[in-house]
Design a protein around this ligand. Structure first.
Ligand SMILES: NC(=O)c1ccc[n+]([C@@H]2O[C@H](COP(=O)([O-])OP(=O)(O)OC[C@H]3O[C@@H](n4cnc5c(N)ncnc54)[C@H](OP(=O)(O)O)[C@@H]3O)[C@@H](O)[C@H]2O)c1
Length: 200
């Protein structure tokens, strides 16, 4: 399969590429790095990306920005960041990508555990993650030509906690998180919110 991985240089994206590149043709996409660049927050940039890559069998998105912060701290633009980037950016990958994806292809987006298990400071991120999951469940009902749409919901990744100098004992290694993306791409799921803890 020809698989476009958005966020291919990231902690999760790198692990997804490592897992899939033996069996598939991977196109690496980043904001500044990769074979192609895209800005998720700009629909025109997504249009250009898919015109440049040509037809493909799958998109994996392991990217998306949203702001962590308590209600007292979050400004309008902090909410807008998540809405424009992580939420509408990934939704637009599906909206625009539908015209370029091959029959029986798949889209795999990324949300996060904070949609279902919030914590103080996660209001903006929880909102965005829940929005992505709602979109995926509904969009999958309208999939045509055998196209599937799923979202992977990661818990904290071990390497991310390490990089932040936090206790990594409850984190999941990126290599293990990547298996959820593999299951979405290579399996038959459609409209599924895939909790990475299924892959422990
Ligand atoms: N890591 C975790 O613990 C964790 C937990 C739950 C959910 N998530 C979610 O998983 C996703 C990936 O997280 P991560 O930690 O692997 O990310 P990361 O290591 O920070 O990597 C981010 C990736 O996204 C790309 N990127 C940055 N801005 C972009 C933009 N505007 N448009 C398109 N691509 C852009 C970067 O490309 P360049 O390198 O080229 O700039 C990079 O490849 C995010 O949605 C995050 O919220 C992560």
């Amino acid at each position: 399969m020809k698989i476009i991985v958005i966020g291919a240089s990231g902690t999760i994206g790198r692990a997804v590429v490592d897992l899939l590149e033996h069996d598939h043709d991977i196109v690496k996409v980043g904001f500044k790095t990769g074979d192609f660049q895209v800005d998720l927050a700009a629909k025109a940039s997504i249009r250009k990306l898919f015109e440049d890559t040509g037809a493909f069998d799958a998109v994996v998105s392991a990217a998306g920005l949203a702001k962590f912060g308590r209600l007292d701290e979050l400004a309008d633009e902090d909410y807008q960041l998540g809405l424009a980037n992580k939420l509408m950016g990934q939704i637009n990958l599906v909206r625009v990508g539908r015209k370029h994806i091959n029959d029986n292809g798949s889209f795999t987006l990324t949300s996060g555990v904070l949609s279902q298990e919030p914590m103080p400071g996660s209001a903006s991120i929880s909102m965005v993650n829940a929005g992505i999951e709602g979109f995926v469940r509904a969009a999958a009902l309208e999939a045509q030509r055998g196209i599937r749409v799923n979202v992977v919901s990661p818990i904290w990744v071990k390497e991310t906690l390490e990089a932040m100098g936090m206790d990594n004992s409850k984190g999941m290694p990126a290599k293990q998180v990547a298996r959820a993306y593999q299951a979405s791409v290579e399996g038959q799921w459609n409209g599924e919110v895939i909790d990475v803890r299924r892959f422990v």
